[in-house]
Design a binder for this molecule. Structure first.
Ligand SMILES: NC(=O)c1ccc[n+]([C@@H]2O[C@H](COP(=O)([O-])OP(=O)(O)OC[C@H]3O[C@@H](n4cnc5c(N)ncnc54)[C@H](O)[C@@H]3O)[C@@H](O)[C@H]2O)c1
Length: 259
């Protein structure tokens, strides 16, 4: 099976690091042009240097709709991937370990950042040949299981899944597909921040914590790798994914199983 997206453009939020960067690289490998959107200007510049003729970067906070929408205005976009997100930096178990005010920043970035980006891309998505277009929102297993680890993060991800479903219905008449991709556990800065907010960080290393946790929560017992999300994202954006919409696909070693 060969996938070529040579005349396609993908916009990826959170595209400077972690899973978003891996997804952006996979689209590049498939021949697409990439618009990487991220807060981290330095990491964006590093990525840009790897293929300057096919990568455009936009350093912006996805929580700032006015700046984001004006930065994206006039761009041609075939595929949108929303991966930018943050956690609270605090550990739940129970949720009242956090203050209600801890929810604001997480929801502003991890939920509203995604809503803002999709809104900002509506004109580009509805322009031209719509049937080949797609949207992919990074959710999480946390949004499907009432995870206690980081309550506002879980709630943001549950809402992201719901938004993907309703957007899939709204975009369906245009042939535009919308899906959500749910990682279980991937060793990125976001995941390390979960460890750093845990009480175990005082007594054990990240590696030891990670080893114990993945065996406990995942039937396959191994960490997912960012590149796996790149492969799935490219598949979903391609002709092979033309009948997949409104779905939440878990790449999580079987942590969450749907009937
Ligand atoms: N790593 C995991 O185990 C895991 C598990 C489940 C879901 N996810 C989801 O996958 C996606 C990617 O996560 P990751 O693990 O690669 O995280 P990461 O921290 O490695 O990367 C996130 C990227 O988003 C950017 N970002 C953060 N806030 C931003 C803002 N306000 N505006 C613009 N950019 C911003 C960061 O600079 C960074 O480049 C997220 O949506 C996350 O919730 C990750």
């Amino acid at each position: 099976m060969t996938i070529s997206l040579t005349d396609h453009t993908v916009a990826v939020t959170g595209g400077a690091k972690g899973i978003g960067l891996a997804i952006a690289r996979s689209f590049l490998e498939a021949g697409a042009k990439v618009i990487a959107i991220d807060l981290d200007a330095e990491a964006l510049a590093e990525f840009h240097a790897t293929a300057p003729d096919r990568i455009e970067t936009i350093a912006v906070n996805v929580a700032d709709y006015a700046v984001l929408s004006s930065a994206l205005a006039g761009h041609e976009i075939d595929h949108l991937v929303c991966a930018a997100a943050v956690g609270s930096g605090k550990m739940g178990f129970p949720f009242w370990n956090l203050e209600p005010t801890d929810w604001t920043r997480v929801l502003d970035i991890s939920l509203m950042g995604t809503v803002n980006t999709v809104h900002a891309c509506v004109p580009a998505l509805l322009a031209g040949e719509t049937k080949r277009k797609s949207v992919l929102l990074l959710a999480s297993v946390a949004g499907q299981i009432g995870s206690q680890t980081d309550p506002p993060y879980s709630a943001a991800k549950a809402a992201t899944i719901n938004f993907a479903q309703l957007a899939a219905k709204d975009f369906a008449p245009y042939g535009i597909r919308v899906n959500a991709l749910s990682p279980g556990m991937v060793k990125t800065s976001l995941n390390r921040a979960v460890f750093e907010s845990s009480k175990e960080s005082v007594t054990m290393s990240y590696e030891a914590w990670a080893e114990e946790k993945i065996k406990r929560v995942s039937p396959l017992g191994r960490w997912q790798e960012a590149e796996e999300f790149g492969a799935m994202a490219v598949f979903l954006a391609s002709e092979f994914g033309k009948n997949v919409t409104g779905q939440t696909l878990n790449i999580d070693g079987g942590q969450v199983m749907h009937s």
